[in-house]
Design a protein around this ligand. Sequence first.
Ligand code: HAM
Length: 411
Amino acid sequence: MAIIRVQKGTKDILPCDMPVWHFMEDKAREIFTSYGAKEIRTPIFEATELFARGVGDTTDIVNKEMYTFEKSERSLTLRPENTAGVVRSFIENGMHRLSAPVKLWYKGPMFRYERPQAGRQRQFHQVGVEVFGIKQAAADAEVILMAVNYLKALGLNDLSVELNSLGCPECREVFKTKLKEVIKPYLPQLCPDCQARYEKNPLRLLDCKVEECKEIYAKPEIQAVIQSDFICENCANHFNELKCYLNALNINYSINKLLVRGLDYYNRTVFEIKSNNLGSQNAVCGGGRYDSLVKNLGGEDTPAIGFAMGMERLASLIGQKEDERTTAFVVSNNTLEAIRLTEELRADGISAEFDLTNKKFVKQLEKASKVAKFALILGEDEIAAGKVTVKNLDTSEQKTVSREEAKKFFT
Ligand code: HAM
C-alpha cells in the first residue's frame, strides 16, 4: 500500500531535533521572563475577520496565503501570525486594565500558504513578544534588546539589525502621494503585483523582488523620494530617541529605507534581524510598532510594539545539539527488581530505563552504553545484599554501593 507522506511545506520535528527546540524554548522562557514578560497561548484558529482587519486585506498574507475554512457557517483561519491573536486576547481579557507595560511572549505553529523553499515552510513556528501600553521610544529600545539578547543567548552571531521608521498615518500619506507621483510614469512597466500595490498599498512597492521593478525604483528621482526624510517632527524625534538608546547601548544597526514589512499594522519603528548565514530567506526576526491595532480591533487606544522570530530558521543556525542521554539504565535479569529500582529513581527525578525484554546481561549492558550515562547493575549478589553496582559508562569506573548512595551519583 502507498505510504502517506508529510504535506508539502510541513516537516516533522523528530526526537533527534528536540534538543535544539528545547534549547530555543528554554532560552525564550529564561530571557523573556527576565524582562518581565509572561507567556500567553492563544488558539491556532481564529475568525478570518481578525486577520483581514488585523494584518490587513491588501497584504499577501491575507490575500494569498491564509488557510481558511468554514465550519457552522463561520469563516475560520489557521493563524498566519500571532500578533492579531494576542491583541484579540489582550482586548477580550481586559488586559488594558493591568498596569502598563503588559509584556507577553509566545511560541507556536503558524500557517502560510507560501511556495516552500529553504527556510520557508507552510507550517512554521514563531517565538515572539508583544509589549502593550508604552508609546515612548524606550519601549522600542527594550523590545529590540530582548530580541538581540535572545539571539545572543542562542549563541548566534553574524546577525544584522535593520531599522526604519514608517512614520504615522499622517506623514505616511504625504510620502505615499509623493511616491505614487514619481512612479506613475513607469506604471505600465511594473510587474502585475506592483501594479495592484500601486493603488492599494504603495509602500509595499519598495520591497518588490522582481529585477525589472527594482531597476525602476533605483532611478534617481524615485530614490530621492525613498531616501527623503519624510516623517513628521514627532515621528522623527521618536526615531532619533530610539537611535540614541541603541547607540548608547552598543547595539549595531543600519537604517534601511526599503524596510516596509509585509503586514499593514505598523507605524513608526519597524525592524528586522537578518543572518548572514542563511540563503534568500535570511530574516530571522521581524517586528515593529503597531499603535493603532488594539483600537482598530475594538479595544481601548493602546500603543504596542513587538517582534516574532522563525524558529526553523533559528534551528538551522544553531545546528546540532548533543542528544540528552537517559541518566541511568538498570541492568538486571530480575525484571521486577529492575522495575522497582527504575521507578524509585524516577520518583527522585532521575531519568531511568530498564530492559523491557529481559535480554542477556551483556546485551543489556551494550544497550545501556548507547542510551545512558550510567548503568546500574542489579545481579543476584547485589539484590541479595540490597546493593547496586554503579558503572559510569563514559569512564567505565564502577562501584558497588547501597541504593541510597547510588542516587547521590546523579544529584
Ligand atoms: P513576519 O516578518 O511575517 O512578522 O514573521 C516573523 C518571522 O517569522 C520572519 O522573520 C521569519 O523568520 C519567520 N517566518 C515568516 N514566514 C515564514 C515561513 N513561511 N517559513 C518559515 N519562517 C517564516 C510577523 O509575523 C509579525 N507578527 C511580527 C510582529 C510581532 N510584529 C509585531 N509583533
